[in-house]
Design a protein around this ligand. Structure first.
Ligand code: SF4
Length: 399
């Protein structure tokens, strides 16, 4: 019985236990702005934390130097984040992993062995992104912090989750206003202001008003209502989508070209549908919707975000979206499969698709030329076919 329950626990999480709770200094890899909610959660539970520097050329160089050549880009950046965190005093590394056919299932073990060979001493706490439920997630945070106060858990998880939702809301406003703004940079400035406020706000009560205030503040941005704005779905591999350094800030580039980006993977979706108990989830999740729409082209998920990529592209074609940009790290196995299926989907569903592959050699100029040509294509297609889009989008954002 005991053996069975231990095996269950290991399926969801692997947790070293060599460092006393009071001595733990916790770190996790950088990806977009997950540092803001994770900091709130861990600090509320009483943990000491180290946040490694944001991803940059210097970080990537360190990761490349210590990784095998063929491994995917997110691993290289994660490894460098760990090295920098350990150098800055961290001794407990948290990592998300997912099972399935892709290399993410082996990442953490590989990183752990590499870091041990480099002479670092630390504990690794791993939990499964797709299988873990709330219970396993709380167990992982208990393991790291040994916090016994239930009030702190309620407050910490409440605060962390709310910050994830608030960041996603701020990003959605930014993506809507940036291509329509009259004064270049006003949406970005508003977004940065609210990101700071989200980071600084540590009262759940204050968050009751923050969402409404943020929405009103964004609504003050002067926009050109007559501008024809094509809508592009951004989809593909999770890390590349969420990390602006890795995707060369593509959302900003597209927004400044007058294109509204709708990113299809948001952290809050994952929180809402993976961690929340199923009886509270009445709506179809993003993943369930993708499986339904991808059925004609793919019968089962094969790891990574492959089925989401196919399902979202079919969904985009059926819902008047002007084009799809598919992003993946070089040699990403699930997304190589999607890339091959996408050419068929694009043809049969009549939707323009551009696939972009990112690695440490990616030069901005080369991929910008491809993006500009693609945007020209969808703008031409849109302006010929679609006259009602602007009004419909404005009505939607007002709801
Ligand atoms: S999804 Fe792709 S990039 Fe991410 S770990 Fe798997 S193979 Fe690597």
């Amino acid at each position: 019985m005991i053996k069975e329950s231990k095996r269950q626990l290991n399926r969801f999480s692997q947790m070293d236990d060599n460092i006393a709770a009071k001595d733990r200094v916790v770190a996790w890899p950088r990806m977009g702005r997950i540092d803001i909610p994770l900091k709130a959660l861990l600090v509320t539970l009483g943990a000491k934390i180290v946040i490694p520097p944001a991803n940059s050329n210097e970080v990537l160089e360190l990761g490349v130097k210590n990784s095998i050549e063929g491994i995917c880009l997110p691993y290289k950046l994660n490894l460098a984040n760990y090295i920098m965190a350990l150098e800055n005093g961290a001794n407990t590394l948290m990592m998300f992993q997912a099972p399935g056919s892709c290399r993410l299932g082996n990442y953490t073990k590989m990183a752990q062995k590499t870091l041990q060979k480099m002479g670092y001493e630390f504990d690794m706490v791993i939990f499964d992104m797709y299988q873990s439920k709330m219970k396993q997630t709380v167990q992982a945070f208990w393991h790291v912090t040994r916090c016994l106060n239930p009030i702190r858990y309620i407050r910490g998880f409440g605060l962390g989750f709310t910050k994830f939702f608030a960041i996603d809301a701020a990003e959605k406003h930014l993506l809507y206003y940036r291509p329509r703004e009259i004064k270049r940079g006003s949406a970005e400035a508003c977004y940065k202001k609210w990101l700071n406020k989200i980071d600084e706000t540590n009262s759940l009560f204050k968050f009751c008003f923050l969402f409404g205030r943020m929405k009103k503040d964004f609504a003050k941005i002067q926009i050109d209502k007559t501008r024809k704005v094509p809508i592009v779905y951004l989809l593909g591999e999770f890390f590349v989508l969420l990390d602006p350094y890795t995707n060369q800030n593509i959302e900003k580039e597209l927004g400044e070209m007058g294109v509204e980006v709708q990113r299809q993977i948001m952290f809050s979706d994952w929180l809402a549908h993976v961690l929340t108990p199923s009886f509270l989830n009445k709506k179809e999740s993003h993943r369930e919707r993708c499986v339904r729409y991808a059925e004609k082209y793919m019968k089962r998920a094969i790891g990574g975000e492959c089925i989401e990529t196919i399902g979202d592209t079919v969904y985009a074609a059926k819902h008047g979206i002007d084009g799809v940009i598919h992003m993946m790290p070089f040699s990403c196995m699930p997304e190589i499969v999607s890339q091959n299926i996408l050419s068929k989907v694009s043809k049969e569903e009549n939707i323009p698709v551009l696939s972009l592959v990112f690695d440490e050699q990616t030069g901005k100029a080369g991929y910008m030329t491809r993006i500009e040509a693609f945007i020209d294509l969808i703008k031409r297609k849109k302006f010929v076919n679609d006259k009602k889009n602007i009004i419909e989008r404005e009505e939607m954002i007002k709801c």
